[in-house]
Design a protein around this ligand. Sequence first.
Ligand code: GBH
Length: 457
Amino acid sequence: MSKYVFPENFVWGTATSSYQIEGAANEDGRGESIWDRFSKTPGKVNDGSNGDVACDHYHRYRDDVALMKDLGVRAYRFSVAWPRVLPKGRGATNAAGLDFYERLVDTLLAAGIEPYLTLYHWDLPQALQDEGGWANRATAEAFAAYADVVSKRLGDRVKKWITHNEPWCAALLSNQIGIHAPGLRDYRAALSVSHHLLLSHGLAVPVLRQNSPGAEVGITLNFAPTFPASRSAADLDAARHHDGYFNRWFLDPLFGRHYPADMIADYIEAGHLPPEGFTDVRPGDLKIIAAPCDFLGVNYYNRTVTRSDKVPEEENLPRTVHVAPRSEWTDMEWEVYPDALRQLLTRLHLEYGPAKLYVTENGASYSDGPDAEGRVRDERRTRFLRDHFVAARRAMDAGVPLAGYFVWSLLDNFEWERGYTQRFGIVWVDYTTQKRIPKDSALWYRGVIAANAVDEG
Ligand code: GBH
C-alpha cells in the first residue's frame, strides 16, 4: 500500500451551485432564471422536478457550513444566483440577495473556510434570455456589470473568483444539444453563445481585480479527455474533432490563441458557421478573452472514447474495441477512468501552462442511501475519490502546479435534467425532512484532509 502525501496548504474543498441547492426560488425578491422556466416546462427534467426547494440551503446555510467545518473542509466553492442579485439581469439590485451571499461568506470565514465564488453556474436571469440570452452580445456587458456589483460588495472578503462554470455546457449542451436551459437546438447560435461567454469572462477579469485587490481570478472549464477507439485515420480524426469541440474551443482563446482553425473549417463545412467564418469575433475580442488569469479550474468526470461513424465497421477496427478495458460505470453511466485526470492535468500544464490549477469539480453519482442504522455505506464513491486523488497527486509529481481539489458535491442536489434521481453528494439529503447524513465517503474525506494524505487501497 502506498501513501500519497500532499503539499502543505493544499486546498481540500467541496463544491455546489446556486440553483442546485438553494431553493427559496420565490423568496426575498429573487428574479426568474432560465432554469426556473426550463424545469417547469413539461418534459425537460426527467422526474418532473425543479429547484424551488432543492436542499433549502438558502435557509440552512449555517448548518451546511457547520457540516463542512466538522469535516475539516478548508474551502467551499459555491455560485451566486445572478437573478437573486439583479432580478432582471441588469439595473436594479436586490439588497436581500446580496445580503444572503454576504451572510454566507461571513459564516464561512468565521468557520475558517475560504470562499471560492463562481459568478455564473448557468442560472441566467430569464429577462436577459428574453432579449436573446448569451447569443446576444449585450449579455456579456451585463455580466461584467453583474460581476462589478457582486465584487464591490464582497471583494474585500472573497479572494478567489471564478467567472464561469463550464462554458461548453452553457453554450453547446444548452443551445445546440438543447438538454439544458434554455433548451435550444441551434448550432450557429450556440457558437455565438460560446464566444459571448468567453468575452464576458474577459470583460469581468479586470473588474474583479479592481474590486478585489490581491484576489486570484480564473475560470472553470469542463473537460472530456478524448481517446480514439483505434489508430485508424478516421478515428483519429474523430478524436481531433471531439477534442476541438469540447476542450480546445475554449482553451485556445483563453490562452491567447485564436479559435482552433481546424474547428472553424469543420463548422463552415457543416454549415454551423457561415462561409466567412466566425463572424461574432470582433477586432480586440481575442485580446479581451486572453486576459491573464491566476488559475484554471478543471472539472473532470469521465473520458470519451471516440469512434468515427463515417467509416463502416468492416473497413475499420471493431466498434467494441474500447469496451473491454472499462472497469466500472457510475449511476450517470459515465465510465470510471481516473488515469485520464492525470493525463488531462499533465496535458494542460504542458500545452497551455496555466500559472496554477484547481480541480474545481470531481465526484460520482451513486444511489446508496441510509441503511437500518442510518449509515450510508458508499464505498464506491470513496474508491472513486481515492483513485482520482491519487491520479491528481501523480500529475503533481510530474510537475503540474495543482493547488487544490473540490469534491462535487457537498450535498445530494438537483442534478439538472436528471432532477433528484442522481446523488453526487458526500452528504445524503432526505428531501422530505431536509435531514443531512454525512456518507461514509465524507467521513473518509475528513481523514484525508486531516492527514493531508491518501492511502492507496
Ligand atoms: C458538472 O457538469 C456541473 O458543473 C455540475 O453542476 C453537475 O452537477 C455535475 O457536473 C454533475 O453532472 O459525453 O455522455 O460521456 C458536468 C459536465 C459534461 C460531464 C459532459 C460529462 C461528458 C458526458 N458534463 N461530460 S458524455
